[in-house]
Design a protein around this ligand. Structure first.
Ligand SMILES: Cc1cc2nc3c(=O)[nH]c(=O)nc-3n(C[C@H](O)[C@H](O)[C@H](O)COP(=O)(O)O)c2cc1C
Length: 188
């Protein structure tokens, strides 16, 4: 069985270390996971004024999320929290009321930062948000990356064996989690 996984990158930076991490994760993923990026940089700022007449980019964004079997968040931590662009995307995905695009999607959170605790606070806050959104989350292993440029190649190569094994293990665990969640949750 193949699963299509949407991934959201919480950084809009053209030199994003999280985008580079995403390449490594996709390279190391087991073959039953197929990844496609759902961009968040073209979404307008969320306003309830537009909830009943969704802007075009939001309609496309929600449709992409809803087409996915699972969702992976790969994000930096900004000021010990979730970056605004990612929170904005999550807020759009959650609305309008009764049309939560994340509901029942098996999710995982990963992040790289230049700081010592590797996005741990952002991830903790994401867990709280995803719980509210009824999105099952992979709890273990947790992946907190303090980024080292020499470890992550531009093409997705990971130049450190222990890191490579750990990330491959994480992706295999996520594949198993997606399979378990989808077989347990029956469509309405
Ligand atoms: C507005 C801002 C806030 C930041 N806050 C944190 C932080 O709370 N914790 C942390 O470890 N790094 C923080 N950083 C540093 C980021 O880890 C670093 O910029 C990293 O490269 C961001 O990921 P990206 O390259 O994928 O955008 C911050 C950076 C910016 C621009």
């Amino acid at each position: 069985m193949t699963y299509r996984v949407a991934y959201l990158i919480g950084s809009l930076s053209s030199r994003s270390i999280n985008r580079r991490l995403s390449k490594a994760l996709i390279t190391l993923a087991p073959p039953q996971l197929e990844f496609f990026e759902v961009g968040i940089g073209n979404l307008p700022l969320f306003s309830p004024d537009h909830e009943n007449d969704l802007p075009g980019p939001v309609i496309a964004y929600k449709a992409a999320l809803e087409s996915a079997d699972g969702v992976m968040f790969i994000s930096p931590e900004y000021n010990r929290s979730i970056p605004g662009a990612l929170k904005n995307a999550i807020d759009w995905g959650s609305r309008p009321r009764g049309r939560n695009s994340f509901a029942r999607k098996p999710t995982a959170i990963v992040g790289a930062s230049t700081g010592a605790i590797g996005t741990a606070v952002m991830q903790s806050q994401m867990r709280s948000v995803l719980s509210f959104l009824d999105a099952p989350q992979l709890n273990s292993p947790e992946v907190y990356i303090t980024y080292s440029p020499e470890v992550y190649g531009e093409d997705g190569t990971v130049h450190n064996e222990a890191t490579r094994e750990f990330l491959a293990h994480f992706m295999a665990e996520y594949a198993g989690f997606v399979s378990r969640v989808l077989s347990a949750i029956k469509p309405d």
